[in-house]
Design a protein around this ligand. Structure first.
Ligand SMILES: O=P(O)(O)OC[C@H]1O[C@H](OP(=O)(O)OP(=O)(O)O)[C@H](O)[C@@H]1O
Ligand SMILES: Nc1ncnc2[nH]cnc12
Length: 153
């Protein structure tokens, strides 16, 4: 049941193709910020940000970022977790793309979008490699577009 992206990373051609699919979609969309979700989201978000010439912003688990942060708690299947973002990383005029490896219940992406929107950014879209559609995570994104490459069952 665990959707493991590490096998993709062992194939440089496949990894490059995945990054390029996202880059081709976002290169002309006026994105100024690519926010990646710790930990697996960083793997895809950073190369996309570099390729489209946008800022990369790490959204991290608690107590990892030095300096002032804002936080969003979210529900997991068992318990809760929290994401944090640096104050000042995002400006109100920023147009953001949120990147993660996978959407399951959607709680993580929902918290990520809340952080960016609280800082005044416009979230243009969320992008993941894999969606688990049976968990209906899309429904928690308040109508925000989600672009995925693979549907997993
Ligand atoms: O849609 P959701 O139900 O919120 O689940 C999706 C999240 O779960 C996984 O991360 P995890 O919290 O396991 O952390 P990791 O990336 O550090 O392994 C995955 O990388 C997503 O970030
Ligand atoms: N089925 C799954 N595989 C990998 N990561 C996940 N995060 C939440 N559900 C997951």
């Amino acid at each position: 049941m665990f959707q493991d992206i590490t096998t993709l990373l062992l194939n440089p051609k496949a990894f490059r193709n995945v990054v390029e699919l996202f880059v081709n979609r976002y290169i002309d969309k006026g994105i100024t910020v690519v926010a990646g979700v710790e930990a697996r989201g960083f793997i895809f978000a950073a190369p996309i940000a570099l390729a489209i010439g946008a800022k990369f912003i790490p959204l991290r688990k608690p107590r990892k970022l030095p300096g002032e942060v804002i936080s969003e708690k979210y529900d997991l299947e068992y318990g809760t977790d929290c994401l944090e973002m640096h104050v000042g990383a995002v400006q109100p005029e920023d147009r953001a793309l949120v990147v993660d490896d996978l959407i399951a219940t959607g709680g993580t992406l929902c918290a990520a979008m809340n952080l960016l929107e609280r800082a005044g950014a416009e979230v243009v879209e969320c992008a993941c490699v894999i969606e688990l559609p049976e968990l209906k995570g899309r429904e928690r994104l308040n109508g925000k577009p989600l672009h995925i490459l693979v549907e997993s069952r």
